[in-house]
Design a protein around this ligand. Sequence first.
Ligand SMILES: C[S@@+](CC[C@H](N)C(=O)[O-])C[C@H]1O[C@@H](n2cnc3c(N)ncnc32)[C@H](O)[C@@H]1O
Length: 194
Amino acid sequence: MSTVKQHFGAIASQYDRNNAILSLGLFRLWNRKLVQAVPQGGVLLDLCAGTGEIAFAHLRRAKKSQHVILLDFCQEMLDVAKKRAPQGHHLTYICADACAIPLQDNAVEAVTTAYGIRNVPDPLACAREVHRVLKPGGRWAILELTRPKSPVLKALHGLYLKTWVPAMGGLFSPSKEAYRYLSSSISQFTAPSS
Ligand SMILES: C[S@@+](CC[C@H](N)C(=O)[O-])C[C@H]1O[C@@H](n2cnc3c(N)ncnc32)[C@H](O)[C@@H]1O
C-alpha cells in the first residue's frame, strides 16, 4: 500500500499536464480566485505547494520582488517546482509536513493551501501550525475540491471520479493507483453543507 507521499512522488513529473487535462483547464480559474484572496507583499507560505502552481501564480501578479516559501512533504513535487520557478524573486523550498511547519512564530503575512488540506490526516493540527506561523491579522486562503450538491451533478461527478480520473491519470502517468487515491480523497472529503 503506497503512502500519500509516494503517490505524489510517482506522478510529480506529469502532475501539471494531467491537472490541465482532468480539470479541462478550469484549475487556472479556481487558482486565480485563491491567489486574489491573499494580499501582495510580505512573505507568503504556500502550504502543500506541489509543483508551485499557486506560488508562481501569486508571483505573476507581483509588481516587485516577493518572498514565497513553498512547503511540501514530497521532494519530487518540489523538484519540479524548482525547475519551473520564475526568476527575480526570493523563493524558499521546504520539504516538511504541513502539521509541523519548521518556521518561527509570526513568520509570514499569508498562507495559501490549494488541493492539499484534504490529504492532511490531522487538519486541526495543521490549522494550529498555520495560526502559529501567521502574523496577527494574516490570512490563510484554502482552495479544495468537493462534491456538487445537485443529485444529478453528484451522480455524474461520482462517475467522473470513479472511472474517468483513474483511467486518464493511468494513461498519462505511470500510476493509476495514485489517481485512484486522488479520486477517493475528493469523495471522502467533507461535503459542502446544504
Ligand atoms: C493535489 S497536490 C496540490 C499541489 C498544489 N498546491 C497545486 O495547486 O497544484 C497536493 C500536495 O500536497 C502535498 N501534501 C499532502 N499531504 C501533505 C502533508 N501532510 N504535508 C505537506 N505536504 C503534503 C502533496 O505532496 C502534494 O504535492
